[in-house]
Design a protein around this ligand. Structure first.
Ligand SMILES: Nc1ncnc2c1ncn2[C@@H]1O[C@H](COP(=O)(O)OP(=O)(O)OP(=O)(O)O)[C@@H](O)[C@H]1O
Ligand SMILES: [Mg+2]
Length: 256
């Protein structure tokens, strides 16, 4: 695996305590979320559409700040005064790549983070090369982001974050629009990643395939957090939350 996917600093824990958050003119999105992710753990965050997964991930690097409750990354409280430090440690991949990519070309976007850290130009160039290679985007350097396919934009988004070598990856639907080969490639990259991973996904099988634990969010509350096998085998829980994915096994059986 390219070294770009490895963190620069030791893995850090994520500790979320009684987190509440409501958007203006909407019912509360998070209603007292508590979740502990150990340093180096890989946790799949599952839940129906609208359960609050993206809202929760946006708190891990301070895009949203808690209205009530706390979020910590390692010892650092996610708060205004710590945002620079937090964002050096936590790489957030947004659900919508268009929220991530704001430069004209792929290379400019991937270079932005490392350059912002004050790294010398040759190190920035090396980081860009490595991150693009990790996402199989060699040759995409000068391509215009807005002209890329959705799956290519997803990979470019992932590359922007990998180039920063974060010790925590907060990934929002990282498998969406990836083709099966790229899904497998990303799974194996995450599998060997030495940092901490919190990964929200409706692509439940790939998520469970590369995480050790799963946490289930329902209506803004974490209602279960256990090893992936335990969550996957609790059909009642999965049905209650609208995420029973076992129909996929029937499809696979039918194809055998
Ligand atoms: N900017 C916003 N303004 C108002 N309400 C919002 C906003 N963003 C999200 N919401 C609401 O907050 C709730 C949680 O949304 P969120 O995007 O976190 O869910 P999710 O679990 O990520 O869903 P999905 O699986 O569809 O991505 C939803 O009810 C959603 O409608
Ligand atoms: Mg979401």
């Amino acid at each position: 695996m390219p070294s770009s996917a490895q963190p620069d600093a030791p893995a850090a824990s994520i500790s979320i305590h009684e987190l509440h958050f409501a958007y203006a003119d909407a019912p509360p999105a998070l209603r007292g979320v508590s979740l502990d992710v150990r340093a180096g753990a890989k946790v799949a965050l599952l839940g129906a559409s609208g359960a609050g997964k993206s809202t929760l991930l946006l708190h891990v690097n301070g895009v949203h700040l808690p209205q009530q409750g706390t979020v910590r990354v390692g010892e650092d409280l996610v708060a205004k005064e710590n945002l620079r430090r937090i964002r050096q440690r936590v790489g957030l991949v947004f659900q919508d790549p268009d929220d991530q990519l704001f430069h004209l070309t792929v290379a400019e976007d991937v270079a932005f983070g490392p350059r912002n850290f004050g790294l010398p130009p040759e190190t920035v160039a090396e980081r860009v090369r490595e991150a693009l290679a990790a996402m199989h985007l060699e040759g995409f350097e000068d391509r215009v982001n807005q002209h890329l396919s959705f799956g290519e934009r997803r990979r470019a988004s992932l590359a922007t974050v990998l180039a920063m070598r974060p010790s925590v990856l907060a990934l929002d639907e990282p498998f969406a629009n990836l083709d099966p080969r790229m899904v497998r490639s990303l799974m194996s990259l995450l599998d060997t990643f030495a940092g901490t991973v919190l990964l929200a996904s409706q692509d439940i099988l790939p998520a469970l395939g590369c995480c050790h634990e799963a946490a289930v969010l329902q209506d803004g509350v974490i209602i279960a957090h256990a090893p992936v096998r335990d969550i996957a085998q609790d059909r009642d829980l999965l049905r209650r939350c609208g995420i029973d994915f076992w129909y996929l096994a029937e499809i696979l059986d039918g194809l055998r």
